[in-house]
Design a protein around this ligand. Structure first.
Ligand SMILES: [Cu+2]
Length: 232
């Protein structure tokens, strides 16, 4: 009888150990959760248009400077949602910023501290001119034959990028240490790999500023939080 119990216990223990190892599938490798951030803007889009008379074959004859892009359901695009206090969970994909149609694509490129690949799909002379304080400023020509160049951004910072050849070109390099995402055309950003527990979510927009909110993140689950940015 005693022996049977011991064997039974051993079998049960082995069973639970297997269950623990295979476990229920978690949403993230780190056992964190997802924060779905919705950013609303109760105002008008700010889009400037200027006439272009240089490199019109690549740039067109009218340039659009999208400063506040508002999509469906008053969603604010191009806002960076991040969890600055979280350790790990940064961007794993290689960050790429392209110069295409005399625009920076994407308008806001998200990266973890490290290297950024800068492409020149236009095949004309562009110039990378950054405005930063934590990272060294860059002011470098990218001639038409230089298809890619790589630059380092080691410190978390929102870095403005312009081109001195085409005055309307404007982009941002969002260097964030922890998990982060950029809002899409509907103002939604899904931040993956956020460690479970109480976290501060920060939303930043290039002209509308910054806001923070507290969220309680649960492993393997999606927590929703919404923000409303105010016009200035
Ligand atoms: Cu340019």
């Amino acid at each position: 009888m005693r022996k049977t119990l011991v064997v039974l216990t051993a079998v049960m223990l082995a069973g639970s150990a297997v269950m623990f190892v295979s476990g229920p599938p978690s949403a993230t490798a780190q056992g964190g959760g997802t924060v779905e951030v919705e950013v609303k803007y109760n105002g008008k889009p700010v889009v400037e248009k200027i006439k272009v008379n240089k490199d019109t074959q690549q740039c067109g004859t009218e340039a659009t400077i999208e400063k506040v892009v508002v999509g469906g359901n008053k969603g604010l695009a191009n806002a960076v949602a991040s969890v600055p206090g979280a350790k790990g969970g940064g961007q794993t994909a290689k960050a790429v910023l392209d110069q295409k149609g005399c625009k920076f694509v994407p308008h806001v490129v998200l990266m973890s501290p490290g290297e950024l690949e800068i492409k020149n799909s236009d095949g004309i002379l562009h110039n990378i001119h950054t405005y930063s304080t934590a990272n060294p400023a860059i002011n470098k020509a990218q001639p038409k034959f230089k298809k890619t160049m790589t630059e380092k951004f080691e410190k978390p910072e929102m870095v403005k990028v312009t081109c001195d050849v085409h005055s309307w070109m404007l982009g941002w390099v969002a260097v964030t240490a922890g998990p982060a995402a950029v809002t899409d055309g509907d103002g939604v950003a899904k931040i993956q790999n956020v460690p479970a527990g109480k976290q501060k979510v920060e939303v930043w927009h290039e002209t509308l500023g910054k806001q923070t909110k507290d969220v309680d993140v649960k492993a393997g689950q999606t927590t929703k939080v919404s923000f409303e940015m105010k016009g200035k």
